[in-house]
Design a protein around this ligand. Sequence first.
Ligand code: FES
Ligand SMILES: [Fe+2]
Length: 422
Amino acid sequence: MIDATQVRALLAARRDNHSLPQPFYTDEAFHRFDIDAVFYNEWLFACNSCELRTPGDYLTLEIGTSSVVVVRGQDGEIHAFFNTCRHRGSRICTQSAGHAHRLVCPYHQWVYDLDGTLLHARQMPAGFDRDAHALRPVHVEIVCSMVYICLADTPPDIARFRETVTPYIAPHQPARTKVAFEMTLIEDANWKLVIENNRECYHCAGNHPELLATLVEFALPDDPEGSADFQRLMDDKARAWDRYGLAHRPADGGNEFRCIRLPFHRGAVSFTEDGSPACGKLLGDLVEPDLGSVRMFRVPNNWNHFLADHIIHFRILPLSATRTALRTTWLVHEDAVEGVDYDIDKMTAVWRATNDQDARLAANNQLGVASIGYTPGPYAPSEFMLRNFTNWYADKLTGYLDAHDDDLARARRTIGLRVSNG
Ligand code: FES
Ligand SMILES: [Fe+2]
């Protein structure tokens, strides 16, 4: 149980451009508040639509205590529902992914169509209103083949995000892909520490030798830390991308999202240990192997790299105040052949190593933050994206509290009395 006044007091005590006060990273009650205020309210990245290629393909996501099933319907559209039966509430799909002709509840076998319609409810009396017992829908938006879901009744606007990132991502033709490899890593860290770790490369030089073989650690074309070499490389690549008509300059995503195309080190074209291509068959109908990488991040749970030869999606979902699931998927051209066009070990080695290193860093960060000796510390200039993130987070929580101050009855309904008005 958490009192809204506690959250407000800590938000008020928070120092701009500093890491957050301890309870935001360590406290289970604050974590449940995050789930209510952020994860039950925001657009969340679920998967690439190629993962649900044929009608009946589904995957499930655990968001707080709520499971959601995302499924390709017979109509070809992707739908999402609360994975909770309209009879007595049992989970319906118990696997993380699968294929089903219909969604059948394992408890008493109520049968739902892939569009959520209740088709059969055996032994229910004549006149039972099946239409009133369809699965509860969850909002779905597809942005450049990326499936985003939102559990809120009224989702935030996603149009600006779609319009802004599409010119960067669309040339990589993410719809014409397949998953070459996926893995889930459980990190012993609060989800915000996982995001903060991802949003800066201040730590890269000391921790990511494999990644830095190809990745430039500068976040902006005119990065003040950037060397003269980097500036020449950036200028060369920018001219080439302009010739190809590819978007590359930093997009204005405010605190909500980021999208930019940045080059690899000179001579490297992909995230491999030696910088050579990870997949011989380029994405879509691309012919130029060196397009750098479109780096796209969106709060609260998704970052990505779009290269000429493959795409990497990263998705986080919080498990508790101190545990976070990171799912990474590597996608290649839908017609690429494993062992001919690509080798999974070669393609995934850099980011598997990097993910492991980041998991250790975030877990160690969590341990230190849990100490009674922890005091929020200042971000470095190169950590400007952490400032963006924590400011976004504070605004999100404040907006949630304000909205619920206006309507306590609604608060009680949506957050189950976990927040009192203090
Ligand atoms: S709870 Fe699903 S059929 Fe009874
Ligand atoms: Fe890292």
